[in-house]
Write a protein that binds this ligand. Structure first.
Ligand code: FPP
Length: 232
């Protein structure tokens, strides 16, 4: 493991390529998601070792409901399984779990499991794992606007800082580094507001194959970026 002197504080990952990973092996798409799901724990363990503090994972977008029913239910099953199997381990390791996105389309039972895991781990301080599930950047901005209107804020009271407080990500730092695996070069409705000054990293490596070596490669690339935030 190389020394990384300037690890990003917050990394966000678009975990793309699970379907192609499965197809290459003659497996059903859901086997790719399973393999992708199995890659989550080694990823955050490695990031913790590099000194990263926040990881946001795009696990299910507002558009993913349009996938075949079996794939949607497979992904929801995977989320349930992850919460059941991983919460204890997260808590033992002082990791906080949070969620961004909507929960109203999930079963009541799953909503309860998710909020129990979030509440159990809410005071943990070593690392924050943020799961974007039924998340869409445009939807997030619309939901924030609705809440601002419902709260009765006047236009004079609104600025970027106040607006941010109504987003799902309120209280989280913006992502410093957004990684997309699987070879597409786009954000696909992920963290549209928060990504304004994020460094972007696109790799053809499929998500289940995005291993320790690939993480290190990405972090070395991040160290070479010069972040100016609009200044010179
Ligand atoms: C994109 O790959 C991936 C997703 C839509 C789902 C990501 C989910 C996981 C990695 C499982 C994590 C599990 C949870 C729910 C915690 P794709 O299917 O678009 O791949 P393709 O572009 O190769 O078809």
């Amino acid at each position: 493991m190389s020394q990384i002197n300037y690890p990003p504080q917050h990394i966000a990952i678009i975990m793309d390529g699970n379907g192609r990973w499965a197809k290459k092996r003659g497996l059903p798409r859901i086997a790719g998601h399973q393999a992708g799901g199995n890659n989550i724990r080694p990823t955050f363990q490695s990031l913790i070792n590099y000194g990263v503090k926040y990881l946001t994972l795009y696990a299910f977008s507002t558009e993913n409901w349009n996938r075949p029913k079996t794939e949607v239910s497979g992904l929801i099953h995977l989320l349930t399984q992850k919460i059941d199997r991983e919460t204890e381990n997260l808590h033992k390791n002082n990791i906080r779990l949070i969620h961004i996105g909507k929960t109203n389309k999930l079963s009541i039972k799953l909503q309860q499991k998710l909020s129990a895991a979030i509440s159990l781990t809410k005071n943990n301080t070593a690392f924050t794992l943020c799961l974007a599930f039924d998340y869409g950047g445009r939807d997030e901005i619309v939901q924030a606007t609705k809440r601002i209107i419902d709260a009765g804020l006047s236009s004079a009271e609104l600025d970027e800082t106040v607006f941010s407080q109504y987003l799902f990500t309120s209280g989280l730092p913006n992502p410093d580094f957004i990684i997309r695996t699987g070879g597409e070069n786009r954000l696909s409705n992920f963290l549209l507001w928060q990504a304004s000054y994020s460094e972007l990293y696109f790799t053809p490596v499929l998500w289940p194959d995005f291993n320790q070596k690939e993480i290190e490669k990405a972090l070395i690339e991040y160290e070479h970026r010069k972040r100016r935030f609009g200044a010179i």
